[in-house]
Design a protein around this ligand. Structure first.
Ligand code: GLN
Length: 252
């Protein structure tokens, strides 16, 4: 195929957590395989290009998140209908859902591209996260920092099961159990049901709570997304990612 167009949607609003590194990771992995890459960064007020192959949304604070949802409006509908791949992280993930309620209790309409809904957890979920995925991308590692917890509807499937951290919502430890020390703070009460899952996907639209940036730390996930666009890819030397992952993976 020709080149791949990566559209980084509103990184100035959804860039608090370094998630633009996902654009760099994808660009690197394509160029290393001899595939041309065009990267477009969408500025506030600019239209979202229709011709992208992969759209990226990052994390952000509540106010920036609400503004980003308003600015995007229906701007991702056409690309998703056309079969473009989308990866959205944290605030971006929440925006893709049907609605999200911020920590002040204000409910905002989402873009309706993922059948998920977000409401505040009892307390902020912060810390390293490890996820055993349900898709073939190897153990996922990352960092989470969010107040919202996400409930999946019938059309969305979880990315994986949380081994460490909070992900979509609190892991139900039964009445009276407190979180173990030394882990990411586990939330024990929430407005949303707890199922111990992380992220969601539906067609070619993926959402996750993992920062890191997630695609730099999880090259198999990056290649999974790229393979949806360009087909099967030759392996790369991922020594740097492997080294970064060893600090986050539980001991074998
Ligand atoms: N504002 C959202 C929350 O706190 C998303 C935060 C983020 O993107 N890290 O849930």
């Amino acid at each position: 195929m020709g080149g791949v167009t990566i559209v980084n949607v509103l990184p100035r609003l959804l860039g608090t957590y370094g998630d633009s590194g996902n654009e760099l990771a994808l660009g690197h992995r394509l160029r290393a395989r001899g595939i041309d890459v065009e990267c477009v960064r969408v500025e506030p007020g600019a239209p979202i290009p229709e011709h992208g192959d992969i759209y990226l949304l990052g994390g952000g604070e509540d106010r920036a998140q609400a503004l980003a949802a308003h600015l995007i409006g229906r701007g991702l509908m056409g690309p998703v209908d056309r079969g473009a791949t989308v990866l959205a992280v944290c605030a971006g993930y929440q925006i893709l859902g049907t609605s999200f309620t911020d920590s002040a209790g204000h409910t905002h309409p989402g873009l309706g591209l993922l059948d998920v809904e977000t409401r505040p957890l009892a307390e902020r979920a912060v810390g390293d996260t490890v996820v055993e995925p349900f898709i073939p991308v190897g153990t996922l590692v990352g960092f989470e920092n969010h107040r919202g917890g996400t409930t999946l509807g019938a059309d969305a499937r979880p990315l994986g099961r949380v081994v460490r951290g909070v992900g979509n919502g609190p892991i139900d430890r039964g009445p009276g159990r407190r979180p173990r020390r030394g882990h990411a703070r586990k939330v024990v009460a929430s407005a949303s049901p707890s199922d111990g899952t992380e992220g969601a996907w539906q067609g070619r639209v993926f959402g996750t709570y993992l920062h890191g940036p997630v695609l730099a730390l999880n090259p198999a996930f990056a290649d999974h997304l790229l393979s949806l666009v360009v087909g099967e890819l030759p392996a790369l030397d991922d020594e740097y990612a492997a080294r970064a992952r060893t600090h986050r993976l539980p001991p074998a």
